[in-house]
Design a protein around this ligand. Structure first.
Ligand code: AMP
Length: 210
């Protein structure tokens, strides 16, 4: 299964990607997580990306394409992958197509902006392993502590309400046109956000026939 998850920031792409990744035994490739790790480690890519990420802007396409080419060439991607948050622009999608990156389906998770804004204010992210939680919808067993690695849960800088609004504007302008791009290639499917994570997963399973 070679899957792209499309959707606004906070639509639940990361959460659903982790669930599908475990079930299908294929890796999730999240450019957001790769960039945050690079920023934390202070690598060249991290230094290039920092100002864009913190302002809620998109990182330049060439940086993203470099990351994705490198990651997809690794052994664990040979049987499939879930792309979370990439491509994010038409030029990224076109370049990936030219590079021969295969896609079975681009799955869009549809969520209203008002729901996103409310949801992002409760999101908490592990500073060590990037796992996300939500203080109401998906709370950790112990407040402020990651269930998976014991790391400290923090609020991502770019989850601040003003930055979320900027990210939504960017999503509608730059990323949403990808729905048409994949529709024209007969690859688009979409699911509506459901009241719970499990119900959204069930909708995705039905749509993908898995
Ligand atoms: P995410 O965790 O997917 O919400 O990504 C966090 C931030 O990383 C975004 O707001 C962008 O600044 C940057 N980013 C992640 N993926 C991409 C991409 N494919 N293209 C450009 N910027 C990206």
């Amino acid at each position: 299964m070679k899957l792209i998850l499309l959707g606004a920031p906070g639509a639940g792409k990361g959460t659903q990607a982790e669930i599908l990744s475990r079930e299908l035994n294929i890796p999730t490739i999240s450019t957001g997580n790769i960039l945050r790790a690079a920023m934390k480690a202070g690598t060249e890519v991290g230094l290039k990306a920092k100002a864009f990420v913190e302002a809620g802007k998109l990182v330049p396409d060439d940086v993203i394409i470099g990351i994705i080419q490198e990651r997809l060439s690794q052994e664990d991607c040979q049987n499939g992958y879930i792309l979370d948050g990439v491509p994010r622009t038409i030029p990224q999608a076109e370049t990936m197509e030219k590079l021969g990156v295969e896609i079975d389906c681009a799955l869009s998770i549809e969520v209203d902006d008002e729901v996103i804004i409310k949801r992002m204010s409760g999101r908490r992210t592990c500073k060590d392993c990037s796992q996300t939680f939500h203080i109401v919808n998906n709370p950790p067993k112990k407040e402020g502590v990651c269930d998976f690695c014991g790391g400290e849960l923090t609020i991502r800088k770019d989850d601040a309400p003003e930055t979320v609004k900027a990210r939504l504007v960017t999503y509608h302008k730059e990323t949403e046109p990808l729905k048409k791009f994949y529709e024209e290639r007969g690859k688009l499917c979409s699911v509506d956000n459901q009241p719970t994570i499990e119900a959204t997963t069930a909708e995705i399973r039905k749509t993908l026939g898995i």
